[in-house]
Design a protein around this ligand. Structure first.
Ligand SMILES: Cc1cc2nc3c(=O)[nH]c(=O)nc-3n(C[C@H](O)[C@H](O)[C@H](O)COP(=O)(O)O)c2cc1C
Length: 362
C-alpha cells in the first residue's frame, strides 16, 4: 500500500519537507494545570505522535485575556515559552515538524477564567452556552465590545505570541479562525454588528483577520503561518446571514498572502440543518484558494486518500484518531486496526488517555 499511497507521500510546505501528508489536528487536552504552562508530559505526548507529517498543537492562548477553558496553555510567559521549547525539541529530535496554534476565545469565556476581567468580543453579544470554571459550570458571560485600542492591543498580543513561538523553535504558527472563537466572531454577522471599519460588510468583517495575518507574517515570513477556518460550523452559537458568499470573499482574499496552508473543516453537523452553508467545504473552496489546503473532520485513511487523489486537498488532518493512535501513520502504512478514543479522557484528568495509548504490535 505504501508505494501508492497519496497520504503517505511527501509534501513540500513552503521550504519545509513533510515526510507524509498526515497532519495531527490541533486538540485541547486541558492538562496545563499550573499557570497555563504545558503539562510536563506534553513533550512525551507530542513526541509519541511525531511520525505525522505535521503536528499542529492544541489551541494556545496569546494572552491571559484569551482564555476560555480551564487548564489550557498559553505562550505569553517565560515559563510557558520554556515548556514549549522542550516540546519542540522532543518533536524535532524525533524528526517531526510542529506548528503552534495561536488562540483567543473572545466571548467564549467567563470572568472567573480571566481573573475577574470581562471577556471581549467584536460586539457585546452573549453566546448561549456554559463553560466550566474553578467555581463549576457557569453561563458564558456577556462580552465587552472591543474598542479600537483593544483591537490594536490584541493584534499586538498575537504578534508577541508569534515571536515567542519563534523563540521556542516552532516550525510555524497556526491562527485559530474556526469554531466561533475571536477571529470567527469578527467574520460572521451573528457576532459582529459593529459600525466602524471592523464591522458591516464582509470586507470590514475580514479586516481583523487580515491585519492579524499581516502582523504575524511580519514575524514569521512567507509560508510559515497557517489558518484554520470552519465556514459551515454552528458550534459556539455561531450564525451568519450569508455564509457561502462571505467565506467565498474571505478565502479568495487569502490568496493575497503567502500562507503555509488553509485548514478547512467539513461541517460536523447534519447538513440538512445547514441551509445556505457550503456542505462540501474542501471541494467547494478548492478552485478559489490557490495555496495548500488541509482538509479536516471525520476522515479515515480511505477518505483522505480519495480527497488527495481527486485533488480536493493536499494534506489531511486527523483529530480524535491521533489521540488513541499515536502511531497513526504506521497503522495506515500497514493497514493495522485503529483504536477508538475514550472521550472521557479528552479533557483534564491524569496521564490516562493522554500518554498511555500504546503503539500497535502484531
Ligand atoms: C479533544 C479535542 C480537542 C480539540 N481542540 C481543538 C483546538 O484546540 N483547536 C482546534 O482548532 N480544534 C480543536 N479540536 C477540533 C479538531 O482539531 C478537529 O477539527 C476535530 O476533532 C475533527 O477532526 P476528527 O474528525 O479527525 O477528530 C479538538 C477536537 C478534539 C477531539
Amino acid at each position: 500500500m505504501s508505494q501508492e499511497s497519496a497520504l503517505l507521500s511527501k509534501f513540500k510546505l513552503g521550504n519545509i519537507e513533510l515526510k507524509n501528508r498526515v497532519v495531527m489536528a490541533p486538540m485541547t487536552r486541558s492538562r496545563a494545570f499550573t499557570e497555563n504552562i504545558p503539562h510536563e508530559k506534553a513533550s512525551l505526548y507530542y513526541k509519541q505522535r511525531a511520525s505525522a507529517g505535521l503536528i499542529i498543537t492544541e489551541g494556545t492562548q496569546v494572552s491571559p485575556q484569551g482564555i476560555g477553558y480551564l487548564w489550557t496553555p498559553g505562550i505569553y510567559t517565560r515559563e510557558q515559552i520554556k515548556a514549549w521549547e522542550k516540546i519542540v525539541n522532543e518533536v524535532h529530535d524525533a524528526e517531526g515538524k510542529i506548528f503552534l496554534q495561536l488562540w483567543h476565545v473572545g466571548r467564549i469565556s467567563h470572568p472567573d477564567l480571566l481573573g475577574g476581567m470581562q471577556p471581549m468580543a467584536p460586539s457585546s453579544i452573549k453566546a448561549l452556552g456554559k463553560t466550566f470554571t474553578q467555581n463549576g459550570w457557569q453561563d458564558l458571560a456577556e462580552p465587552k465590545m472591543m474598542t479600537r485600542q483593544d483591537i490594536k492591543q490584541t493584534i499586538d498580543d498575537f504578534r508577541k505570541a508569534a515571536n515567542n513561538a519563534r523563540e521556542a523553535g516552532f516550525d510555524g504558527v497556526d491562527l485559530h479562525g474556526a469554531f466561533g472563537y475571536l477571529i470567527d466572531q469578527f467574520i460572521q454577522t451573528g457576532t459582529n454588528i459593529r459600525t466602524d471599519e471592523y464591522g458591516g460588510n464582509i470586507q470590514n468583517r475580514s479586516r481583523f483577520l487580515l491585519e492579524l495575518i499581516e502582523s504575524v507574517l511580519e514575524v514569521w515570513g512567507d509560508y510559515k503561518v497557517g489558518i484554520k477556518l470552519s465556514p459551515s460550523n454552528r458550534f459556539n452559537d455561531m450564525q451568519d446571514d450569508n455564509p457561502k458568499e462571505n467565506f467565498f470573499y474571505l478565502i479568495d482574499k487569502l490568496n493575497d498572502y503567502k500562507l503555509a496552508y488553509l485548514h478547512l473543516m467539513e461541517p460536523q453537523t447534519d447538513v440538512s440543518e445547514l441551509n445556505g452553508y457550503v456542505t462540501n467545504v474542501a471541494e467547494y473552496f478548492r478552485p478559489i484558494y490557490k495555496g495548500t489546503i488541509i482538509s479536516n473532520a471525520g476522515h479515515s485513511f480511505e477518505s483522505g486518500e480519495s480527497f488527495i487523489n481527486s485533488n480536493k486537498a493536499d494534506l489531511i488532518s486527523f483529530g480524535s484518531l491521533f489521540i488513541s493512535n499515536p502511531d497513526l501513520v504506521n497503522r495506515f502504512r500497514n493497514s493495522y486496526p485503529l483504536t477508538q478514543p475514550d472521550k472521557k479522557t479528552f479533557y483534564g484528568g491524569d496521564e490516562r488517555g493522554y500518554i498511555d495509548y500504546p503503539e500497535y504490535t502484531e
